[in-house]
Design a protein. Structure first.
Length: 185
């Protein structure tokens, strides 16, 4: 029972880290990164379809994303989907593919994005702390029911805190890596 509480907490904290990684992957860092198009949906034959299911996304140069549709008739729908998304890049349609040129980031914009990364990291830490709180509540409930002795309670609380500290360090590392990517050219 106690091991299950710790394991569940670890799993949920890992999921919070993974969610942060996915979230930060969609933030533009001045370099071409196909994951910035993950949320783009295309109206493909009347159904909202993720862009990566109707086109291949390649990076021919450091600051260029090339979107090549599998079905050439979907080119205009793909262009429209990119325009309507929150990517913030105007697509250039050459008749067979769409080019997205990632603009050079200004220092001011880099700082703004880094601030956004810190905010997302803080959300990740809050998620980890919420998991910690739930685990602590379960442990205390078990202690109250007589499942754990006072020593067991203390040991389990220490284990949960160690798992939490490790997850918080992981969140910080993920955010620091993204900030470094944004601040370097």
């Amino acid at each position: 029972m106690a091991d299950q509480i710790i394991t569940n907490a670890q799993d949920k904290m890992k999921k919070a880290e993974d969610a942060l990684t996915r979230e930060l992957g969609t933030i533009r860092a001045g370099r071409a990164n196909a994951s910035i198009l993950n949320r783009v949906m295309v109206d493909y034959y009347g159904a909202a379809t993720p862009l990566n299911q109707v086109a291949s996304i390649t990076i021919p140069e450091a600051r260029i994303l090339m979107v090549t549709p599998y079905d050439k008739s979907a080119l205009e729908d793909i262009e429209k989907g990119i325009m309507e998304s929150d990517v913030g890049i105007t697509p250039a349609n050459d008749g067979t593919a769409i080019r997205l040129v990632i603009p050079q980031l200004t220092e001011e914009r880099r700082k703004e994005i880094a601030k956004n990364v810190k905010a997302k990291a803080e959300e990740g830490k809050v998620a980890v702390r919420n998991v910690r709180r739930d685990a602590m509540d379960s442990i205390k409930k078990g202690h109250k029911n007589g499942d754990y002795t006072d020593d067991d309670l203390h040991n389990l609380e220490e284990q949960v805190q160690k798992v939490t500290d490790k997850a918080i360090k992981g969140v910080d590392a993920i955010a620091a890596a993204k900030e470094k990517e944004i601040m370097t050219d």
